[in-house]
Structures are given as C-alpha cells and as structure tokens.
Design a protein around this ligand. Sequence first.
Ligand SMILES: Nc1ncnc2c1ncn2[C@@H]1O[C@H](COP(=O)(O)OP(=O)(O)OP(=O)(O)O)[C@@H](O)[C@H]1O
Ligand SMILES: [Mg+2]
Length: 456
Amino acid sequence: MPTTVLLVDDERNIQLTLSRALSMEGYAVEVAGGGREALEKIAALPVDVVVMDVRMPDLDGLSVLEKARETRPELPVVIMSGHGSLDTVRSAFKLGAFDYLEKPITEKEKLLVAVRNALALTTLRQENAALRREAGPAEMIGSGAAMRRLFDVIRRAAPSEGRVLVTGENGTGKELVARALHAGSRRKDAPFVKLNCAAVPAELIESELFGHERGAFTGAVAARKGKFEQADGGTLFLDEVGDMPAAMQAKVLRVLQEGEFERVGGQQTLRCDVRVVAATNRDLPADVKAGRFREDLYYRLNVVPIHAPPLRERREDVPELAARFLAEACERNGRRPMRLAREAVLSLQAHEWPGNVRELRNLVERLAILCDGPEIGGADVAAVLPDARRPRPDRFRAGASFHDLVEEAEREIVLGALDAHGDNVAETARALGLERSHLYKKMRALGVKRGEGEGS
Ligand SMILES: Nc1ncnc2c1ncn2[C@@H]1O[C@H](COP(=O)(O)OP(=O)(O)OP(=O)(O)O)[C@@H](O)[C@H]1O
Ligand SMILES: [Mg+2]
C-alpha cells in the first residue's frame, strides 16, 4: 500500500501544484478542500501524514489539528500558513503539529523534506511500539486486533503450567498456537510431542500413550516409550482431541488425575512431568451434552481456553500472510520473487476462506506455480477463486451470528458498487444513495481499502 498524504487547502491551484509535487515523489495524495472534509478523510482513509493550511473557510487548520489528535494521536500533521504570525505557529506546535511551512511554498523540496521527516517519525514510533509489545510468536503472522489479542493470551498463558484447550476451525493455526505455548514456557528446551488422537488404532491406544515393554504383545520386539514418557519435562500436544475414542478418553483422564501410568506389560508405575495442550475444531461442549465426550475430561483439559479466529474475521492480516506465503512458495519452487497486484490482494481479502490460513497458503502456492509474470493480477486470483464474489442464494448459515452475516452482505454490496464505479467513492456513494462520508466510514469499518486515488 502506498504512503498516503492528505493535502488540505481551499485554494485550487495550491491543491494542484502541491499534489503534483507529492505524486511525483510516489505518494498517494488525497485532497480535502476544507477542514470538515479533512476530518472526514482522516477518519475514513488510511492517511499517513497531513499537510494542512491554517486558514480555511469552514473549519480552520488548528481546530482540525486538535480534533485529529483525539482520533489519531500518532498522525503527523504539517501546518502551512501564509499569514504566519508567531502566535499561529506557537499554537500549532502546542497542539502537536509536527512541522510548520511558510506559504507560499516556492521550494517543493521543503515540503518534501517535511513530509519525509514526518513519516520517519511515524516509522520510529511504530518500531518502538512494536518493540514494547514484543514480537508475536516466531512464525505466527498477523498484526490486526484479533491476532494481537491472540498473541496476548498466548503470552500470558505460555509460562503457566495450566492446561490449554485451543479451539478453532480447520487451518486457523491451532498447532502453531500449541507450539508457541511450548516455546514460551520453561519447558521450551524439553520435547514438544504431538499425538493425533483421531489417528490412533483402537488396539494401540494404550501402547501409544504409555508405551510397552519388550514382548508385551505380538510385534513388541523392543520396549518403547509412549507419548507421555517421550514428552517428560515438556509439552504433550493432543491434537484432534474431540475425536478421541471413548476408551482412550478414560485412559487419558486417569493420567491427568493421578499423574501415573504403566507401560503395557510393565510392572513399574511411572510418573511424568508433562503439560498437556489440546486442540479441536469440534464444538466440545456440544459433544459433552450429546454424551460423545467425557465431561470430567473436558474440564480437566479446558483450564485455559484459547480460540484461534477464522481468517474471514481478520481480513486485515490477509495481505501480510499472502506476501509471506508467496515469498516462501517462490523460493520452494525455485522461482524468481513475485508480487501481488492490489486487485489480487483485494480479491483474496474478499474471499470467505472456509479453509482459513492453510487454504490461503495452498492457493498462493498454486498462484506462484501457475502465473508467469513477476506480478500476480486480479484475474489470476479470480481464476483460482471462481466463486469469490458470487452472492450466496441462501445468506443464513448455522454458526454465524446475525452481525457477521450482515457485515458480509455489506462488504459484498460495497465492493460490488465500487467495482461498478471504477473505485470512485463519490460516484459509488451517489449510486448507493449514501453520504460520501458515510460510505467512507462504512468502508473503514468493513476493512475495504479502495478508492485511494479519489480526490487527487
Ligand atoms: N498466523 C499464522 N501465520 C503464519 N502461518 C500460519 C498462521 N496460522 C496458520 N498458519 C499456517 O497455516 C497452516 C495451518 O496451520 P495449523 O496446522 O497450525 O492449523 P490447525 O488449526 O492446526 O489446522 P487443522 O485444524 O486443520 O489441524 C500451517 O501451514 C501454518 O503454518
Ligand atoms: Mg492441526
């Protein structure tokens, strides 16, 4: 996404000359002809820096600055004034202006330097904030609110000894969460052992969990440690725990309660120090109600619940994930680095992602293999995502809240209308019978980032 400069001035020729100078430097330029429009755009668009006149007919620059502080305190604002009394300058700095330029701006370079410095400040602040926040778990990508919340819970839960139950749809990253919990615990140098509870054959359950002595049964040619013993001192990850057969549930419950077990065919009672992290894509409380899953085991496992959010509820993370997966796929497949065009990213963001991050990863890999050019376009994505925007005949679906369904519908309507009007926000608003500011707000709320070129 290009860096966006919001230029606020009521004089048409200043708008023209300055926005040209900024565009030539590669910035995306938004123009507001007055203070109110400036505030609307600051609220609705991904503005990175503001260059603003002080004297404007509707709302002066200082008032805009003051109001913008409330909603976007980190947004750098460069003030311009031709009537530069010392008082104005002083007030501007007091209100937190980043810099001050005297009008007329005859040297474009001064403007550009001010903008560059303002942006450098933002980058520095963001880096500091990121350092303070600490990085998320190593391989987990995501910087939207949902993922920040997830990283926060992981950070709190990891060092504790509490058992964690990770829930979430297929491909949401439950295993990564489990690994991050291990990596953030005092057990990090001990083993992380995974057991897929759905894949253990009935006759091997006990030996798989607790191991066996040599000769314990036909085929037991050597003694073998079970998963609990292998994980001693570390973490045992019980994956697909909701699919654990009843016989296995009883055995696992016993170890969790007593902390003891015997190998199959063994006489000795063994103890082990294992932290259990379990994961499921099933609705375990429903399985408990239906008698498919033991309630006592459920409560033992679910001390700290952690939910991995589906990708369609954190579309803001799609660009970053896609970029990383594309780089990895190119490398894996021996291809030159490729990039995703804006339209490609937008269609990826609009997709429903039933298979979540795994689906995104596979799809990006397919694109990396199938596409020729250095850039993957919107049409390339549409070809592998044929149903991207086809309206669903039946909007209701079980498990989705009314709010989510309405939001989905709104996103489709807004994206469709923007498509039909070449991303021109003013025309789209007119076509939908909405105030332009209302549409901007809506777009922001829905995470729709389009129409950047509008107004410049
Ligand atoms: N936040 C993330 N950042 C980077 N990669 C991710 C992220 N979340 C998931 N992935 C990747 O997506 C794929 C699926 O993740 P993972 O296996 O952890 O999901 P899961 O929830 O356990 O899925 P399932 O329920 O199907 O077992 C993996 O390749 C993983 O590396
Ligand atoms: Mg998994």
